[in-house]
Design a protein around this ligand. Structure first.
Ligand code: ADP
Length: 576
């Protein structure tokens, strides 16, 4: 039987949706937390590892490159020193000697020097080989000149000089008979730049040299030689120093070391974002994988939760239906008791009325009465008799509903029983333009019931179905086996039953038919009969679509038949 409350209410739907999302959220949280914890831990570990590894590499590279650059500069100084030792001033000034020396220097250190000159102690050029017109220039004011005079040799900072091109000078002082003189060469910046840049090949970031004032001596990635570096602090320090600085575009890691007799600072610096880029890429791939895994977990969780909640809902609905069935059965059982009591109470006076009415008929027959008086009395008595019979009918039905009538249960073949009944109902169906269909499963086992009552049951159900069709329609009577039960169905495509009436449909005297057309006892009698057979009856209906009554009856197995046969034999003997 389909009850109105079998469909879940809006409140139930809301609470099951709420439950579903709570379960999904809880499962997601439980599965996401380990991912997030492991992911964050891995990020911190890999981040520190990447920074540590890069810094270690940068420190090593800075140390070894500082040594290499220092060696390069010392070598250039040694070259000049060797020239001054192996040649006197006079020799260098005579003929093409200086050019020969300059050419020989080019042979030893390719691209090391741009030009070569001899300068006296007042800073004037005594001789010059090179691309610039510098022979009449005086250098006594130049910083490098004073450094050489003071220290004996120098590798100068980069400056513009007379030529107005950034360059660096290397010079060495020598004593002659007439006084001091010096050999001065311009370093070819390309060699120095090349040496510094070779660090960048190892993806160490930006590499350059600054002097004491923080002016670029070699070009950085962004900026040019002699610009002021913003991030470098040119304070003297020992060995290799590393720092974390706040740059305009984020944190920067910087490694520095002094070289060229603490005149120049070699700087290796790299933004943290650049150092962490490979880690970030790995983390992004990891995050994508985790997101995919979480999406899978989410889908699986939603599916499993929906399935579980649906199962719970179904179980709840089944429980509700069971409770409703129990309540209905209990209600009908107490109604049955009441109906039986009433029927018995009414049957006694009816029997008296019936006896008195027979007596009255006899008296009227014997009495000497005028013709029209006799006729009138006989009509009255006949009317009383009809009403008494009608009341008798009703009390019989009430007793049938309460199962207080005698029944003869036995194994009954539904196929043949239904064939007999078909003859009874077909005429009425045809008269109402309703088609009757029979669908009986072959080799259907016999059912355990009373054949006379079975006829009453089917006739009642088909009559109601014809009434419900109210015009052309179809009624299908089917019988199939379902486990150890026989399932009989009477289905129509009539008006259907309103949900509010479904609950009351088996109650005695419930009818929707006009007064005089329905007693409301048909289905209650059917219900009482079926329960008396040990079967069940249910109704399924949709307004405007039709109604199906389903009756489940026990299969008449051998044990049951034998027991019934023995009982009948015993009763026969007892009565003899
Ligand atoms: P009655 O037929 O005298 O009304 P019943 O107990 O047989 O008494 O039926 C009770 C009520 O159940 C009917 O009045 C009708 O409203 C409803 N009913 C029974 N069978 C059907 C059906 N097949 N289709 C629609 N309504 C039905």
């Amino acid at each position: 039987m389909r009850f109105p409350w079998k469909e879940s209410t809006v409140e139930e739907q809301r609470s099951s949706r709420w439950l579903r999302w709570r379960v999904v959220a809880a499962l997601l949280l439980v599965s996401a937390v380990p991912f997030i914890v492991v992911g964050s831990g891995a990020w911190v570990v890999f981040r520190n590892l990447a920074i540590e590894r890069t810094l270690a590499l940068q420190r090593n590279m800075a140390r070894s490159h500082a040594a290499a650059i220092d060696m390069y500069l010392t070598e250039q100084l040694r070259t000049l020193e060797m020239i001054t030792r192996t040649n006197t001033l006079e020799q260098l000034l005579s003929g093409d000697r200086l050019r020969e020396v300059f050419d020989a220097m080019g042979g030893v250190h390719e691209d090391a020097f741009v030009d070569l000159g001899i300068i006296d102690e007042r800073g004037r050029h005594l001789a010059y080989i090179g691309p610039f017109d510098l022979e009449d220039k005086t250098y006594d004011e130049a910083e490098w000149f004073q450094a050489v005079m003071a220290e004996g040799s120098t590798v100068s900072d980069v400056f513009l000089g007379y030529r107005q091109i950034p360059h660096s000078v290397i010079a060495i002082r020598q004593q002659s008979a007439t006084g001091w003189w010096m050999l001065r060469a311009t370093l070819d910046n390309r060699s120095l730049y090349g040496l510094v840049r070779s660090l960048e090949a190892g993806s160490m970031g930006d590499v350059f040299i600054v002097n004491h004032e923080g002016l670029y001596q070699t070009p950085p990635r962004a900026g040019s030689v002699l610009d002021t570096s913003s991030l470098v602090d040119p304070a003297l320090h020992h060995g290799v120093r590393d720092q974390r600085l706040a740059g305009a575009a984020g944190a920067v890691r910087q490694v520095t070391t002094w070289l060229n007799s603490n005149r120049w600072l070699l700087v290796v610096q790299q933004p943290e974002s650049e150092i962490l880029a490979p880690v970030q890429r790995a983390v992004a791939v990891g995050a994508l994988i985790v997101a995919l895994a979480l999406a899978l977990v989410l889908i699986a969780t939603i599916l499993v939760t929906s399935h579980l909640i649906r199962q719970v809902e179904l179980a709840n609905q089944e429980r509700d239906v069971m409770y409703a069935d129990l309540i209905r059965s209990a209600k009908l059982a107490s109604l049955g008791e009441m109906a039986t009591g009433l029927a018995h109470e009414i049957n006694n006076p009816l029997a008296t009325i019936s006896a008195e009415q027979t007596n009255l008929t006899d008296v009227i027959g014997d009495a000497d009465l005028a013709g029209h008086v006799r006729e009138s009395l006989e009509k009255s008595v006949a009317r009383c008799k009809r009403q008494v019979e009608r009341c008798g009918d009703i009390t019989t039905k009430m007793l049938q509903f309460g199962r207080k009538t005698d029944t003869m249960l036995g194994a009954t073949q539904l196929e043949s029983a239904l064939q007999d009944i078909a003859a009874l109902v077909e005429r009425r169906a045809r008269a109402n333009n309703v088609a009757l269909h029979f669908e009986i499963e072959p080799q259907l086992p016999a059912a355990w019931l009373d054949a006379n009552e079975f006829e009453q049951v089917v006739v009642n159900l088909v009559s109601n179905a014809i009434d419900a069709a109210d015009g052309p329609g179809n009624i299908t009577i089917s019988a199939t086996r379902d486990g150890d039960q026989v399932l009989l169905r009477v289905a129509d495509d009539g008006c259907g039953v309103a949900p509010a009436n479904l609950e009351r449909i088996f109650q005695p005297f419930f009818t929707t038919k006009p007064v005089g057309q329905g007693t409301g006892l048909g289905l209650s009698v059917v219900y009482g009969i079926v329960r008396g057979w040990g079967g069940t009856i249910n109704v399924d209906s949709a307004v405007g679509q039709g109604t199906t009554f389903s009756i489940r009856l026990p299969v008449a197995d051998e044990t049951r038949s034998n027991r019934a046969r023995d009982l009948t034999a015993n009763l026969g003997e007892a009565s003899r």
